[in-house]
Design a protein around this ligand. Sequence first.
Ligand code: NDP
Ligand code: GDR
Length: 371
Amino acid sequence: MTKKTALITGITGQDGSYLAEFLLEKGYIVHGIKRRSSMFNTDRVDHIYQDLHDADVRFQMHFGDLTDTSNLVRIIQEVQPDEIYNLGAQSHVAVSFETPEYTADVDALGTLRLLEAIRLLGLEKKTKFYQASTSELYGLVQEPIQSETTPFYPRSPYAVSKMFAYWMCVNYREAYGIFACNGILFNHESERRGETFVTRKITRGLGEIAQGLSDCLYLGNMDALRDWGHARDYVRMQWMMLQQDTPDDYVIATGKQYSVRQFVEVSAARIGVTLRWEGKGVEEVGIVEAIDQAHAVTRCPAISEGQVIVRVDPRYFRPTEVETLLGDPSKAKAKLGWVPEITFEEMVDEMMEADLLAARKALLLKNADWG
Ligand code: NDP
Ligand code: GDR
């Protein structure tokens, strides 16, 4: 059997790296599009890098950008992919309020550019297309639990751009018969999550406080509710969608919801710290109530009882907020047999362990005597 070829945009991101690993394990030839940067930005995929001079290279990256049509057309022409996974995006909701036009160019028009490239190159019958759609489409939620039939109400330039992309995908499927699927993915995290998303900011921040590298974690809306899953479970579903006989759109979620505050509590517990909350709104603080003495020396040596380690900083509030998201993944389960395998607790554990280790290394380097 000939090997399948996949092209991943956003290969250097969280999902791109897990998906590339997953597809390589399945025997795929994997091509990725990587933006030019003044520094290497390939940390998440360095471990799967292959020297192009070797025989049987199955992993290759191409410089490119979702804002550059000619580049996308050329790469797709060269690669002739069986599957395209469009994971590339300006993916930060808060940043999209600062850079709305750029976000629309990459997230909305970038998707259109890829779909048009498939059409222009006559690949409608060959190339399957996965679009990284998002629970942010539900925004100001119209139903308490969101499924594929829940109406959208986007609340940020990011979400509006992703809504354009969602419908382009549907339209190109209906108009030209392209096998295009939207995965409406709820938040998913991992130790590879970008440092400015709230979960990673929390585990990283707590790791640094535990080691005495910083004093306090500053957060925005503590009451925001999210349905958080693990990225590794979610990329498996991205692939599954493209293996079906007919293209369709699926919600991918866990069906469980936690607040940002709860995420902090569960993470703090992993390093042996119990918190109590005082104050409301911008006055709210997280104070260390107790420290598990079995962990004190090894996991949180720099933290003391009564210390304020969490404060609210209104700079992290958004002009329009998405207060609650909770997904119903029944369709994915019924039609594809997909169920998440990694629990919330296991995910937080993995993230907290990785960030504690990183903080310990950073402390070691800070105190290093290179004599
Ligand atoms: P990341 O932010 O980790 O990765 C985004 C990727 O897109 C990076 O590789 C980034 O490159 C690349 N990228 C950014 N701008 C461009 C551009 N102009 N041209 C080409 N590539 C670009 O996101 P995730 O991996 O978390 O998410 C993957 C996709 O899924 C995104 O589209 C996101 O919007 C969507 N999504 C994510 C969810 C989540 O919870 N993680 C939930 C629902 C949807 P660089 O490394 O150079 O910055
Ligand atoms: P989100 O993720 O906006 O849901 O988008 P993020 O982790 O940024 O925010 C989640 C919630 O936490 C609140 N919050 C904070 N957020 C950040 N980043 N920093 C803070 O300090 C902070 N304090 C509180 C936010 O207000 C929000 O309510 C992610 C991205 O991966 C998108 O690309 C993806 O489409 C959606 O998830 C599903």
